[in-house]
Design a protein around this ligand. Sequence first.
Ligand code: F6R
Length: 240
Amino acid sequence: MKVIVVENYAELSKIAAEMIAEAVTANPNATLGLATGSTPIGCYKLLAEFCQSKRISFAGIKTVNLDEYVGLGKNDVNSYAYFMRSKLFDHIDIDLNNTAIPNGCAEDIVQECLSYEHMLSVLPRDVQILGLGSNGHIGFNEPYTPFDCSTHIAELSSNTIADNSRLFENSDDVPRKAITMGISDILQARKIILLASGANKAQAVYDMVKGKVSPKCPASVLQQHCDCTVIADKSAAALL
Ligand code: F6R
């Protein structure tokens, strides 16, 4: 695991965007695994700028997202499908048919997990972007999720519900379940870039980088990946 500590969020976003731009330039038909949440927003904004200035193109790029809340439709402002359109897809030249996000409103969510898992098996990710939960989760793989799990329905921990409630009118509105790629799916990516920003991530960053590899901190499994880069700002890296 390579750890890059940067001064602030702007620098983190810049380095991440440059790494993704490099991957897209090297392989214009690459498949990217994408995350939502606050952390990648700056990186996505820069990628949109790179695309608008014609430095890179997403015309041949495919994307697969990590997760989606169960019960939120793609036009719900709190859904991750809406997030991806508003933060990235609406601003780049990607073909929306080449983007995949689990359907949180599928009639049969168990079947939706199986279909998503099948799609992942035929769409290996060249680069996977990850954020980090303050409890060490990646995707919605909460603490004690087995490392070998595939796409599944996750129960959000009280910690994650509290963290994510900032984006909802009140905490009762935060969905209690999500469809998420499993840890085994995440590990299949050729390259992983994990972004961590802010003091509330410091303990999780420490456990991920220096702790024992254990399901207690799902992100610690990334120590075993052969090409994982962590980009953390100073506050997130404070305990290293
Ligand atoms: C989002 C996701 C989550 C977030 C994590 C950090 O698709 O999979 O694991 O990356 O909860 O969220 P932020 O960036 O909002 O702190």
